[in-house]
Design a protein around this ligand. Structure first.
Ligand SMILES: [Zn+2]
Length: 445
């Protein structure tokens, strides 16, 4: 059944950034334009809903551990708890993995966890995610949720085969595992798809494990390299030749340089299979950023990490921390930037993250990080929509509102691009639809 939604539309479509109305039939947008154009495009008498608010494309969180977040929610959140309680609880239990029971979660518990988490994220206008490190058990959890027809969050799951574990002790074992089933990156559909594999090049910045080009301190310590140059090169080459994408955790400049170099050697596969540089936030050299962007790598960046780590990095690195998370530089180099949160461990509220990317504010400090790397609200929204859609293999189906696209959209209380910057965080998401189906709705009827 066709329906017209009348409200200002922020389409994220460069050909037509703003519209007055949108028509949806089944799971698709069928018209976007002036109210008159939209009415003319659908049968006479099509029902209309007039909304108080602004319609945006559904957001895509390009780095969300959704199932783990759901398991944490099952552990800590009382039944029926709302979004604010979820945000507060995840913040309070930041350092806790959140599965205190002796037995690992059952498949039913995993399905329940996905259900709880997706409904909370729909309340933030999120209609799609990339889960950046999906274990075999988590893959089963997503698949079972999908099989039961209960997966309302469009999910791209990035297989994580832990190098050095008993199952995959070395790169040969990882390669054998990847070859074993015949599927590869991109397999699936708009509801559930297999993404690139997840690999770690270095460690975490606040643990002093980001692999830098200049030492952390006078001792000459450079950080932790988690995979040798040779192994990484071999794994990337295998993936490029066998239909697998690679998403590499690379925080420090030297790790990012290694990844950029190997991606540059991998050719067309980088764009085809959506290779990612994940985090990419601590002292990447301008040449490194240029090489990665030219190679077609996606910069998968998380304003949340710098929000949490900014003060600690200033304490450890002084002035060197000021340019952390250089979103402006990645964009100016022509890289596709996809925003995500690394939630639910890091802050995951997209209103807060967009505000961070614009203001460069960090937790616990009055002084923002260098504004040289600040971006606009429009750019932040693009990173959450068109950029993240590209990372999710969905640039032709999602990320913007245009006739023919999936009807993934949200009704916001106001236009994020016109409210005062400090009001961004107070916006509310009143309704969210995924494929034309309403998955969140607090509009007064
Ligand atoms: Zn993560």
């Amino acid at each position: 059944m066709t329906r017209i939604h009348v409200a200002p539309v922020l389409t994220m479509d460069p050909n037509r950034p703003r519209a007055e109305a949108m028509a949806v039939a089944g799971d698709r947008v069928v018209a976007v334009g002036t109210a008159a154009e939209v009415r003319a495009a659908v049968p006479a008498g099509t029902p209309e809903e007039t909304h108080d608010g602004v319609i945006l494309p559904g957001l895509i969180d390009a780095h969300l551990h959704m199932q783990r977040g759901g398991l944490k929610a099952l552990t800590y959140l009382p039944d029926g708890a709302g979004l604010d309680e979820f945000i507060e609880t995840m913040d309070r239990t930041f350092h806790d993995e959140g599965w205190p029971r002796a037995q690992p979660p059952t498949l039913d518990e995993r399905v329940e966890a996905v259900g709880v988490a997706q409904s909370l994220f729909h309340q933030l206008g999120v209609t799609g995610i990339v889960d950046p490190a999906t274990t075999v058990d988590e893959m089963r959890g997503y698949q079972e949720t999908h099989r039961r027809g209960e997966l309302t969050m469009r999910t791209v799951a990035m297989p994580y085969l832990e190098l050095g574990s008993t199952a995959t002790p070395d790169v040969d074992a990882v390669i054998a595992h990847l070859e074993g089933t015949g599927v590869s990156t991109g397999f699936g559909d708009d509801e559930l798809r297999i993404g690139p594999i997840k690999v770690y090049a270095d460690g975490e910045a606040l643990k002093g494990q980001a692999l830098l080009e200049r030492p952390w301190d006078e001792s000459g310590y450079l950080g932790l390299q988690r995979i040798s140059d040779e192994d990484f090169a071999r794994l990337v080459r295998f993936c490029a030749e066998h239909g697998w994408g690679v998403g590499t955790h690379a925080v420090g400049g030297a790790a990012i340089a290694l990844v950029a170099r190997e991606y540059a050697a991998a050719g067309d596969a980088v764009a085809q299979r959506r290779f990612q540089i994940i985090h990419g936030y601590l002292e990447p050299a301008p040449e490194t950023i240029a090489i990665a962007a030219r190679a077609g790598a996606i910069a998968s960046l998380q304003p949340s990490i710098i929000w949490h780590n900014g003060a600690g990095l200033r304490a450890a690195l002084g002035e060197r921390a000021e340019h952390a998370n250089p979103v402006r530089s990645w964009l100016d180099a022509g890289a596709v930037v996809a925003f995500g949160s690394d939630g639910p461990f890091f802050a995951f509220d997209p209103r807060h993250l967009m505000w961070q990317a614009v203001t460069r504010r960090v937790r616990g400090e009055d002084r923002p990080l260098s504004l040289d790397e600040a971006i606009t609200v429009e750019e932040a929204l693009a990173a959450y929509t068109t950029g993240a859609a590209y990372a999710a293999f969905a640039e032709s189906t999602r990320g913007l509102l245009r006739a023919g696209r999936l009807a993934d959209w949200a009704l916001w209380s106001d236009d994020p691009t016109t409210v005062a910057t400090d009001e961004l965080r107070a916006l509310r998401v009143l309704r969210t639809d995924v494929g034309g189906r309403t998955v969140h709705d607090v509009t007064a009827r």
